[in-house]
Design a protein around this ligand. Structure first.
Ligand SMILES: [Zn+2]
Length: 86
């Protein structure tokens, strides 16, 4: 889609909201979330909505759930702490 030359070995995968929710649910190690759940990323020290997380596909085939601030922030789902888990 983008005309600019790719300098990276990854791309952000766009998904429909339902599809994305399913992907997030499968990826997230701490289990079911609601669409308005938020998480705190220990890399950028910011709180994001879980549905704003980026799905990033790498050339080696890996697909990772990453921080909403990707690529500025390289935090992955493993670097999140969940805010509504108390
Ligand atoms: Zn982050």
């Amino acid at each position: 889609m983008s005309k600019r030359e790719k300098k990276t070995d990854w791309e952000i995968v766009e998904m429909e909201e339902k599809e994305k929710a399913k992907f997030i649910n499968d990826e997230i190690p701490f289990g079911g979330f609601s669409m308005d759940s938020t998480f705190f990323c220990i890399h950028c020290e910011k709180t994001h909505r879980v549905t704003d997380a980026k799905i990033v596909k790498y050339k080696n085939g890996a697909v990772l759930l990453q921080c909403a601030d990707f690529p500025e922030c390289d935090g992955t789902v493993l670097d999140w702490s969940r805010n509504d888990e108390r």
